[in-house]
Design a protein around this ligand. Structure first.
Ligand code: GLA
Length: 389
């Protein structure tokens, strides 16, 4: 976000909360993409996300009171909260901030009263993790302002817990983690079981990744997400009856027939098939990116989409249409990213192809769904950080 907007936001902060001798400090957190490893981060799987240059911007200043006041530029709203904290169904955006205070205090820290102003340009409901960015920037800003010294990896876990316990979405750790530890030009491979991770830099040469936003937001997304997670848990419980040494669904190394023999219902079976095939695609994508075999990477991305659509059932008509139309136009690879049910599609293609794809896709999507299609080129960026003002 540009510095002009930061200045305006600083003025706005002082207008709303008053001008004092101490200026608020400003923090930003990025959005994220995920190259491969979808819906495996709550099953002990490997994911390959990167932070990108959309961001949430947060100004924070202690207010020497028992109250916490939050202002959102997006919602033009100021909300005051106090203990005991409860979710706020009329202004649900505040839950991502309050939930983080609750989780930090649950670790034994004291979080004194503060005022906050939030702004951002991460398209909401687009699968780019605007909510995780808000959680992580809140956790980091609190830790820095009150000198709590919480490591970034732990701030990610705090954000995930806020979302699981206070907001009520049983998300995995991927989004908060990459938003916390992201690094310019690098993605990470994260083992979501051990939380061990490493940075990877891939040279794409004359290829590029970009995003296509379907502009579809389904409001059943969160309940459907929680249901998928439950189905995976019940699948694992049934598999463990026959194979007690399997600790995570991601570790299932059985043939399809052996999986079928575990007495899974049809949903549990499909979810399991997605998870174990995603593990194989993840290996192919990492190896393909390391050795410049982009055709192999693209094919695995299409395979992932097919599996997310047919087996995990988290796609929708619009994103299925985008992916199949891109395929028909000869694009190298594409798939929905994030939780699903709309949102963005990640595309891998030859750079020169973009000028042709962009107008053709916009036209056919508009004709079919009467909806605009947005294309985003992005830079891989740093994770959460303070910006001096
Ligand atoms: C959402 C969740 C993540 C992850 C993805 C799917 O973004 O917040 O934890 O499960 O969906 O991979």
């Amino acid at each position: 976000m540009d510095s002009l907007r930061s200045k305006e936001n600083l003025n706005q902060f002082e207008h709303i909360f008053g001008k004092t001798n101490s200026k608020p400090r400003m923090f930003v957190a990025p959005a994220r993409i995920n190259i491969i490893g979808e819906h495996v981060d709550y099953l002990g799987g490997i994911v390959l996300p990167a932070a990108i240059d959309f961001s949430v911007q947060l100004f924070l200043r202690p207010n020497q009171s028992p109250f916490y006041q939050f202002h959102s530029i997006t919602y033009h709203e100021t909300i005051k909260v106090e203990k005991p904290f409860r979710p706020n169904p009329t202004s649900p955006w505040t839950d991502y901030i309050t939930g983080v205070i609750v989780e930090i205090e649950a670790l034994g820290y004291q979080v004194p009263g503060f005022d906050v102003l939030v702004d951002g340009n991460i398209p909401q409901g687009s699968g780019l993790s605007s909510s995780a960015a808000l959680e992580v920037v809140t956790g980091f800003a609190i830790s820095e302002t009150f000198r709590l010294g919480i490591p970034k990896e732990q701030i990610a876990v705090i954000g995930q817990k806020a979302e699981n316990n206070f907001v009520g979405t049983k998300c995995g750790i991927m989004d908060q983690f990459i938003i916390a530890v992201g690094k310019e030009n690098d993605c990470i491979s994260l083992n979501t079981e051990s939380l061990k991770y490493s940075y990877h830099h891939f040279e794409l040469g004359d290829h590029e990744f970009y995003l296509v936003n379907s502009n579809v937001k389904h409001n059943l997304k969160d309940s459907a997400y929680n249901k998928r997670r439950q189905e995976c848990e019940s699948a694992l419980a049934k598999i463990q009856i026959k194979h007690p040494n399997i600790k995570q669904l991601y570790d299932v190394a059985l043939s399809e027939e052996e999986i079928r023999d575990c007495g899974l219902n049809s949903e549990e079976l499909k979810r399991t098939l997605h998870v174990v095939t995603e593990r194989e695609r993840t290996k192919l994508v990492i190896q393909g990116l390391e050795t410049n075999q982009f055709a192999q990477v693209g094919e695995a991305l299409y395979g992932a989409h097919e599996s997310l659509s047919k087996n995990f059932e988290v796609s929708c008509e619009e994103t299925d249409f985008i992916v199949s139309t891109l395929k028909g136009l000869g694009v190298m690879g594409a798939r929905m990213i994030g939780g699903g049910f709309g949102g963005c599609v990640l595309v891998l293609d030859k750079k020169e192809h973009f000028v042709k794809i962009n107008p053709e896709m916009k036209k056919s999507y508009q004709q079919k769904f009467n909806l605009a299609l947005d294309f985003y080129k992005f830079q891989i960026s740093d994770g959460v950080r303070e910006i001096s003002i």
